[in-house]
Write a protein that binds this ligand. Structure first.
Ligand SMILES: Cc1cc2nc3c(=O)[nH]c(=O)nc-3n(C[C@H](O)[C@H](O)[C@H](O)COP(=O)(O)OP(=O)(O)OC[C@H]3O[C@@H](n4cnc5c(N)ncnc54)[C@H](O)[C@@H]3O)c2cc1C
Length: 329
């Protein structure tokens, strides 16, 4: 069966990978010049279903807890399973109790326990919640590796194309994974703007994502290769994709500084803004319109929930084989 996948973000590439693993012939197209040109390329890459349960539905945990295994099986060596550390400043320690009440899968750590996990945080916080089963990955590296894997398997991944080549105009199924480009087309889909920055700092090292609880702007810092730290992310009800605002930059920097003042000397090597596509319940959906399957609404959970949704798309495509009614995308 020949399937066209539109969009080479995390949704499209995980669907394409899952379909290829089921033996289908897959073509991926993206109008951008590289994988992850949308929200996926600026994501934190946290696979944190226990932490995300704090403000998310139970399904974020039940579906998301499978994600780290899926990514590790697809891309061996890409997943760091070192947990998540959640901290709060002196005046906000009540936030930790609140976070603990709304989540599970954590262990309390005192100052010595924090320093044992993250030596560079020694003396900075008295209490933390440690979520040992959580994981993270580098989104850009993961998306490039999925693209390379598909190409090695002789699937076609075409960048700079919003439509398939004229010689390939018929497919048995079309799966649309174009993310926020569908706002205004898919009923109920809205945008939640997220801004982030990359800091580079050789004097600090973290092994795992650190979340800082704060009543106004909870943020996280995710370590990356090459002494880089991804600092994210704002949550603004808007589909504005324009550059990071000065206010958001200031708040993200303040929060990083609150985690460790050494970040004051860090280099700001990149800033980014993207739009998380979301439905009213903030859960992803698979819908069908005019014969096209749409997978969208990943909100804060693209890397966390795409594996489960890709499995469901593959099941639907295989069960509902429509080779007799070819679709022109
Ligand atoms: C700052 C930030 C941090 C985040 N952190 C995390 C995190 O730590 N963990 C997590 O799980 N999730 C995280 N998310 C959420 C996650 O990034 C999104 O849920 C996810 O990226 C959505 O993926 P997508 O593939 O649906 O959309 P996108 O990544 O936006 O992909 C859509 C693709 O479709 C392409 N496209 C658009 N229109 C067309 C067209 N007409 N033809 C062809 N191609 C087209 C675009 O170029 C793009 O590549 C974060 C999001 C943000 C903004």
């Amino acid at each position: 069966m020949r399937v066209l996948v539109k969009g080479a973000g995390v949704a499209g590439l995980t669907v394409a990978w899952q379909l290829y693993r089921h033996g289908l012939d897959v073509t991926v197209i993206d109008h951008a010049e590289r994988a992850g040109a949308g929200a996926s390329g600026i994501a934190g890459g946290m696979l944190a279903p226990w932490c995300e349960r704090e403000a998310g539905d139970e399904r974020v945990l039940t579906l998301g807890r499978l994600a780290a295994d899926w990514w590790e099986a697809a891309l061996p060596g890409h997943v760091c399973r070192r947990g998540t550390l959640v901290v709060a400043g002196g005046r906000d320690t009540g936030e930790l109790d609140r976070f603990a009440r709304r989540t599970s899968g954590w262990e309390w750590r005192d100052g010595a326990g924090i320093a044992a996990l993250e030596p560079d945080l020694a003396g900075r916080f008295h209490q933390a919640l440690f979520f040992p089963a959580e994981a993270h990955l580098d989104p850009r590296a993961a998306l490039s590796a999925l693209t390379a894997g598909l190409e090695e398997a002789r699937m076609r991944v075409r960048f700079g194309q919003a439509a398939p080549a004229p010689s390939e105009l018929t497919f048995d199924r079309v799966v649309d994974c174009t993310g926020d480009a569908q706002i205004g087309h898919l009923p109920g889909l809205r945008g939640v703007r997220g801004e982030m920055l990359f800091l580079q700092m050789r004097d600090l090292a973290f092994s795992r994502p650190i979340r800082l609880l704060h009543p106004r702007y909870p943020i996280y810092i995710v370590p990356r290769e090459n002494a880089r730290f991804m600092v994210g992310a704002t949550m603004i009800e808007s589909d504005d994709r324009d550059a990071v605002t000065a206010r958001s930059l200031m708040e993200l920097m303040n929060a990083a500084y609150a985690v460790h003042p050494a970040f004051g000397e860090a280099r700001v090597v990149e800033t980014g803004a993207g739009v998380r596509p979301a439905y009213p319940d903030n859960l992803p959906r698979i819908t069908e319109h005019d014969g096209v399957i749409h997978v969208n609404g990943f909100y804060r959970h693209g890397f966390l929930l795409a594996p489960a949704m890709a499995g469901e798309v593959a099941r639907q495509v295989l069960q509902n084989d429509r080779r007799d009614e070819r679709i022109a995308p």
